[in-house]
Design a protein around this ligand. Structure first.
Ligand code: GRG
Length: 300
């Protein structure tokens, strides 16, 4: 067995239990009152509970753990971040955006429920996330900070803005700084926010929050480079979504700009930088280190 396989196996075993716990907590928060139309509630649950990796909730929980907080206190933030992520995937898959049929190994939300309900399911997940944060994070002053952090990361200057720029990226001049700037907002901001939310739920101090954000910034970029590499190297069955689409659409990507070998090296270098940023936790952030290694060695 190669070193890479060993890392993935060890990580996968320890992550599986946590993923099950996260899935149970997500399912509880999907049980809406009967004022929510049944079809809408089904479409939201379909998108949210589909078998994703739960990377962002894991980051929230492991960040809280590194700051000596409890899983219970951080769980609402873990669920909220996954709700916003699930909404972004539903909207990204729509015909007006990436127009995809397959997500997480299943038909996309609009293929299963129709476009109109998929748009509303995304809207429902986005707003539900903020209700969860506002009502389930304690004390209310921390809940308010969490709402601000998640709103900024998901909003027009970050995820939504990065998506808008990415849709136009084939017009950009093939510049590495420009590509990094798009992905720092489109995917990186939500990853960084996941770390910050975990820290906030654990009452982290400013130095701990800064260390978590640094780790998140490096990890976010490493995650996106790996996502681009998977699009080139893997197949739809393995990753649960269509592959090869970036090249087809003439999209600006890391392998397109740097080549496969250098992209791979850059992702590994960023993981090393991410792990160095965890030094102030004196060994209490081992799971965040393992997760960073998994991010570049994953095959889906
Ligand atoms: C439509 C408002 C709006 C935003 C879309 C994040 C995003 C912005 C779109 C997702 C498109 C995409 C495939 C981006 C590449 C990186 C990424 C976010 C991959 C999906 O995240 P994973 O791999 O997915 O964590 P799972 O399914 O495991 O949760």
């Amino acid at each position: 067995m190669t070193e890479a396989h060993t890392t993935i196996e060890v990580f996968s075993q320890s992550a599986a239990e946590l993923r099950e716990l996260i899935d149970r907590e997500l399912a509880v928060r999907c049980q809406l009152s009967e004022d929510c139309p049944a079809g809408l509630s089904q479409a939201m649950a379909y998108a949210l509970l589909a078998p994703g990796k739960r990377l962002r909730p894991m980051l929230v929980l492991h960040a809280a753990e590194a700051c000596q907080g409890t899983l219970a206190a951080a769980m609402p933030a873990a669920c909220a971040v996954e709700m916003v992520h699930a909404y972004s995937l539903v909207h990204d898959d729509l015909p007006a955006m990436d127009d995809d049929d397959l997500r997480r190994g299943l038909p996309t939300c609009h293929k299963k429920f129709g476009e109109a309900l998929a748009i509303l399911a995304g809207d429902g997940l986005l707003t539900q996330a903020f209700e969860v944060l506002a009502t389930q994070i304690q004390p209310p002053s921390v809940a308010a900070r969490c709402c601000g952090v998640l709103a900024r990361a998901a909003g027009p200057c970050n995820m939504v803005g990065g998506q808008a720029d990415d849709m136009d990226s084939h017009h950009a001049g093939g510049d590495l700084d420009g590509l990094c700037a798009i992905h720092r907002r489109k995917t990186g901001a939500m990853i960084e926010a996941s770390l910050e939310l975990g820290g906030l739920a654990a009452d982290a101090d400013d130095d701990q929050l800064a260390a978590l954000r640094n780790y998140g910034r490096c990890l976010g970029l490493a995650f996106q480079i790996t996502d681009d590499l998977l699009d080139v190297r893997s197949n739809a069955q393995a990753v649960g979504k269509r592959t090869g689409k970036d090249a087809q659409r003439g999209k600006l990507t890391f392998p397109g700009l740097l080549g496969i070998e250098q992209s791979d090296q850059r992702a590994r270098q960023l993981v090393a930088e991410a792990c160095t940023a965890l030094a102030p936790f004196n060994g209490r952030a081992e799971r965040l280190e393992a997760l960073a290694r998994y991010v570049v060695e994953r095959n889906r």
